[in-house]
Design a protein around this ligand. Structure first.
Ligand code: SAH
Length: 234
């Protein structure tokens, strides 16, 4: 079964974007992932095909109309479509590797990309849109956020990463940040690869990596250690 993403956007030409290259590109070519971008404007009516209007209550910017967006959603995701409906939004729940894995285990997603000031609240409620944020900063549109989410999801689909083991030890998968990496040359600008890594002692290597993971997480993301404690206590 392949992962099927339908993206609702005012800029369908932004897709598949970088997802057409490299690992994700090959997954799409093989049919393991499908990415379809649909123009919200195709579902607008009237002579001007307006998709947005001024905010009720006043203020700057424009808001995506609920009727146009609802028609677009219903057209690509009729009743019976079990895919989750996501709305890229800075107000959403921050995307995590755990949610990425969940999505990758499912049939796909319908992803709405906002523009302007965002979308009318009523369509979020009426179409049960799950708001997802990719971080605490504001983009000008949901498209790059959707590309990032899909990049993370496609990467963990079965068979996408050449070496299946790479992935499970990575940052966040263990609740920790990953240890540093080294490769040849042995000496780079007077800096040597830590001796333990070339010792051939696998156990010592594992211990070093685990200790480095913990050290980096403690230094940079103590919040992850708190989350992990809560997880282990459960
Ligand atoms: N006025 C809104 C920001 C709108 S930005 C606010 O203050 O919350 C325009 C669109 O970009 C949003 O509708 C959303 O789809 C997308 N976007 C911006 N920042 C994002 C983020 N951090 N994560 C996900 N989507 C984002």
């Amino acid at each position: 079964m392949s992962f099927r993403a339908t993206i609702l956007t005012l800029y369908p030409e932004m897709f598949p974007g970088h997802l057409g290259l490299s690992l994700a590109g090959r997954a799409i070519e093989r049919g393991d992932a499908e990415i379809e971008a649909v123009n919200i404007r195709d579902h607008a009516t009237g002579r001007h095909r307006n998709v947005d209007d001024t905010p009720a209550g006043g203020g700057a910017g424009m808001v995506l109309r609920p009727d146009v967006l609802a028609r677009a959603i219903d057209a690509v995701s009729p009743e019976g479509d079990v895919r989750p409906r996501l709305l890229m939004s800075p107000r959403g729940k921050p995307l995590t590797q755990a949610r990425v894995r969940e999505l990758a285990d499912g049939p796909g997603a319908v992803i709405v990309c906002g523009r302007f000031e965002g979308v009318d609240q009523r369509v979020i409620e009426a179409r049960n849109l799950e708001e997802v944020s990719i971080g605490d900063y504001v983009l000008s549109g949901g498209e790059p956020a959707a590309l990032i989410l899909l990049d993370a999801v496609i990467r963990v689909l079965p068979g996408v990463m050449g070496n299946a083991a790479s992935g499970t030890h990575e940052s966040f998968e263990t609740g920790l940040l990953e240890h540093p990496h080294y490769t040849r040359p042995q000496v780079f600008e007077n800096r040597e690869i830590p001796a333990v890594l070339t010792s051939g002692n696998h156990r010592a290597v594992d211990e070093w990596r685990e200790a480095e993971s913990l050290r980096l997480t403690r230094e940079r993301r103590p919040d992850l250690l708190e989350d992990r404690k809560d997880q282990l206590a459960k």
